[in-house]
Design a protein around this ligand. Sequence first.
Ligand SMILES: [Zn+2]
Length: 330
Amino acid sequence: MTIKRKSISLMAVIVLMACSSEAADKPSEIVSNTAAAAAKAKKAEASKAKTAKAAEKTGYALTRSDLGDGVYMLAGSGGNIGVSVGDDGAFVIDDQFAKFVPTILNEINALSGDAPIRFVLNTHYHGDHTGGNQAMKETGATIVAHDNVRARMGQSFENQLWGRTIEATDPGLWPSVTFSDTMTFHFNGQTIDVIHVPNAHTDGDAIIYFREADILHMGDNFFNGMFPYIDVDGGGSVRGMIKALDTGLMKAGSKTQIIPGHGPMSSKADMQTTRNTLADIASKVESRMKAGDDLQTMIDSNILSDYKELASFINEENMIKVTHRSLSQD
Ligand SMILES: [Zn+2]
């Protein structure tokens, strides 16, 4: 990837040099434009090399999946990024963390041929999906999200599971365009449906479907291959998350490529398995609640031991806690 890009840039410099040598009898304006372009290319190359070095230091790297029709998934640290590139520029779903944005921008620019990023759509308010917003805005992008994403980013509130306060973020990170139910982008030849799924992973989730490309981004309503995080203090609920997965399953066909919020690329069958697992987890906890068991008893007898291979940053105990709390509030 880096090598390919370098060779393209090198070619550009060679072409520019060739142009310069023929420039003797051309107007001086063209000569100075050519020199300015060469200087700009050199500067861009230096900045890319610097970013690559910084990425090496942090150990951060992006893995790209080419999904066809100019749509890509970029997996790095934080939520999976979706990118559409084409004649209209770049459309980006989620932007991970601010410190990784230079690497993310390099990757997007390489895919788009340095076309402008027009929109960044946040699937929800969490920092591993919105942390790069300010840096994206500085490139000229408009940040779009559900109404509650902007509201959540502007307030501090307690998170019971993690036992800490989630602080309000800097206004520079907030989306400037918000929607309440659905919206549609007509971009790069795609009809892009953005659908709010209420009280699912949070209270401001969106799932995104590229109709022509048949690609679905589920945001964090879909953790592929691991227990999901359900942000109950942020307005999420286990039942809402099951419904969100059902909404996704209704959109998807057998060939739909599905980008989960976390985990590898997936098919409809994978997402159906995740949906069934979550419904089973909810029913296991609910039946114990109905039988009169308290939370500690459920944890002590590890009622989710059947699913221990799904333990990741959410382990069985936290999955029981969150599910119990969510069902207690229904
Ligand atoms: Zn999240």
